[in-house]
Write a protein that binds this ligand. Structure first.
Ligand code: PDD
Length: 288
């Protein structure tokens, strides 16, 4: 297994990959990205990730110089060459390289980076130890649906959570509405209905979030894409996070206060089981 990078068509070892310092991704954070899991040597839900990548790019007027079919091929080639069974793909597209200036430079080609990083071991399917979370004001910009590489507010909030002994910060807007986590979408079981923030510009429309909503509908758990307040979150009977990186993670305390019910609760447990069946169907030919 080797970690490989593909930059505008050139493949090299990940630790030797580099981009010029005048790349606008480096100077301005002028770019967008995706993270895609690899299970059993196969990218999980690649199509929706590529669709979101294209959507993010067009939202900031970057035209990716490859079609999704071409990106698909390059990704498959890179996974093959790297012989990665379990790991992730990181993709980043920036506006390209040019002397520093705020205006979009003319005549430059976007920088397209794809890399594969393998995990040392097969990821566990057991639900992780329920997480402690804190709540923090959402200090990000108004276009969180764009998966921009400008992650400074997320990084600072995540660091604060870590320093407080928590494993995620749940962000809220000035009126107390919960948006999402620093790198996860948030679900809460409130009065028998699973709630999550609707797909607006205040959240990233998570691919895992979409899978979770589909599963809940299939298993007939009442669900509503209706935002909720921090005060409601603290009264929820179950809370969990959903993301590509960590899949489904149950939450047990918020701001130091335990949830009403023992975590993980029955809905979260059932959901996690169903989630791995989706992974099996997509990446293991239906069985594991
Ligand atoms: N983060 N919300 C935010 C702010 C995120 O950064 C992410 C993903 C999610 C979950 O989206 P998805 O299910 O599509 O991964 C929600 C990635 C994994 C990261 O930055 O590492």
């Amino acid at each position: 297994m080797k970690n490989l990078a593909w930059i505008n068509g050139e493949v090299c070892d990940l630790h030797e990959a580099n981009v010029p310092v005048e790349d606008r991704g480096f100077l301005f954070g002028d770019g967008i990205y995706e993270v895609i899991k690899i299970y059993n040597g196969k990218p999980f839900y690649l199509e929706p990730h590529l669709k979101r990548l294209q959507r993010s790019a067009s939202a900031i007027n970057i035209e990716i110089p490859y079609s999704n079919e071409e990106l698909n091929e390059h990704i498959a080639g890179l996974i093959n060459q790297s012989e990665c069974d379990h790991g992730y793909i990181y993709m980043q597209v920036t506006r390209g390289c040019a002397p520093r200036g705020h205006l979009f430079p003319g005549g430059i080609r976007p920088t397209v980076l794809i890399y594969v990083r393998a995990f040392e071991s097969v990821p566990s399917r057991e639900l992780t130890e329920p997480a402690d979370c804190i709540t923090l004001p959402d200090e990000r910009w108004m276009n969180c649906y764009i998966k921009s590489v400008n992650l400074l507010p997320n990084v600072l909030a995540f660091q604060k959570a870590h320093e407080a002994g928590a494993s995620e910060a749940i962000l809220y807007r000035p009126d107390g509405t919960v948006t999402e986590g620093t790198r996860t979408n948030i679900f809460a079981l409130i009065d028998g209905v699973v709630r999550t923030h609707p797909e607006t510009r205040y959240i990233l429309p998570g691919i895992t979030r979409g899978i979770v909503l589909d599963i809940l509908k299939q298993i007939s758990v009442p669900v509503s894409e209706e935002a909720f307040k921090v005060s409601e979150l603290q009264e929820a009977s179950e809370v969990w996070t959903a993301s590509t990186g960590l899949e489904i993670v149950p939450v047990k305390t918020i701001d130091g206060k335990p949830l009403k019910e023992i975590s993980p609760g029955p809905v979260c447990k059932r959901l996690a089981g169903e989630f791995w069946q989706v992974v099996d169907a997509e990446c293991y030919g239906g069985k594991q």
